[in-house]
Design a protein around this ligand. Sequence first.
Ligand SMILES: Nc1ncnc2c1ncn2[C@@H]1O[C@H](COP(=O)(O)OP(=O)(O)O)[C@@H](O)[C@H]1O
Ligand SMILES: [Mg+2]
Length: 310
Amino acid sequence: MIVPSMCAGHPQPMNQAISNEPTANESPSSEPPSNEPISSESISNEPVVRLEQVRFAYGEREILRGVDFAVHRGQLVAIMGGSGSGKTTLLRLIGGQLHANAGKVTVAGQDLGALSTSALYALRRRMGMLFQFGALFTDMSVFDNVAFPLREHTDLPFELIRDLVLMKLHAVGLRGAAALMPSELSGGMARRVALARAVALDPLLVLYDEPFAGLDPISLGVTGQLIRQLNDALGAASIMVTHDVRVSLELVDYVYFVSDGVIVARGTPEEIRASDDPFVHQFVHAEAHGPVPFHYPAPPLASLLDEVAA
Ligand SMILES: Nc1ncnc2c1ncn2[C@@H]1O[C@H](COP(=O)(O)OP(=O)(O)O)[C@@H](O)[C@H]1O
Ligand SMILES: [Mg+2]
C-alpha cells in the first residue's frame, strides 16, 4: 500500500485517500517487491513512522485490529476517533511504551519489536512526547522544566543548556517567563511550556495526545499554530491525537480516523471536507447520530429487564 515514490506529500495514493475499508483488507499488491534495489530516493522517502498490520490487546480485550499507516518527515498528521477507540494506545505503541501483539511498528527505520531496551531508550531520545494531561513538574521553574530532558539525556555544559532552553522558550513566546513557577502560568502558557519541553531535544518525531484539551479558543489556536511551526522548524514529523476537527483541518497535512480498532477513513483536509463518508461526515459536522455508536457494547436491554423482573 505504501509506495515510497508516491509518498512525497501524502502517505496514500490520492485516489484511495478516503476509504471505508479496513486497511487489513487492502491488497498488498502495490507494495514494492522486497528484493527491489533501494534507491536513494526511496531512502529519503522512508517514513519516520510506519505501522503495518498492527494488532494490540489489553489482556483479552483487542483494541487495535490491523492498523496500517505512515507518517513522513515534515508531515503533521491528526488521528481522530471516538473516546476509547484506541488513539492513546496507538501513540504508546509508536512511543514504544506498549508492544504490538502482531504486525510491525517502525520508527526512523527501526523495528520497535526487535530493539533492545537500550536501543529503544536511545530512539526515544529522538521522540518528543506531550501526553494526555501531560503536566509540568510543579516544583520546578519554567526554565528547569524545559531543561529537564536536556539534563537527563545529554552532558551539555550549563551555558549551552541555558541557550537551548531560552531558544525553545523564545520559540513558544515565553522566554520572559523562564523564572516563573507553573502555578504562576495560565493554562495556555503551561501548555506552551510543555510544547517547549517536548521539543527540547530537537526530536525527529513529536507525539501529541490531545494537546488542546482544556484550552480556551485563543490558546487553542496559538497552540495549534505552534505545533505546526515547531514541526516545520525542526523538519520533524508530528502526530497529534485530537478531537478538534476545525483546528486540525486548518493545520495538518493528513488525517486518519480510527474506529473499532481499524483506520476507517483517511485523507488530506480537502478530501476530508469533501468526503461523503458517513463516519467522516459525522465527525466533521459534530453530529450526534451516525456510525459512531452512542452505546458502549452491552447485552440487549430486553434481556436485562427480564433479569430485573425475574
Ligand atoms: N492500561 C489499560 N488496561 C486495560 N484497558 C485499557 C488500558 N488503557 C486503555 N484501556 C482501554 O482501551 C481502550 C482504548 O483506550 P485509549 O487508547 O486510551 O482510547 P482513546 O485514547 O482513543 O480514548 C479503552 O476502552 C480503554 O478503556
Ligand atoms: Mg486518549
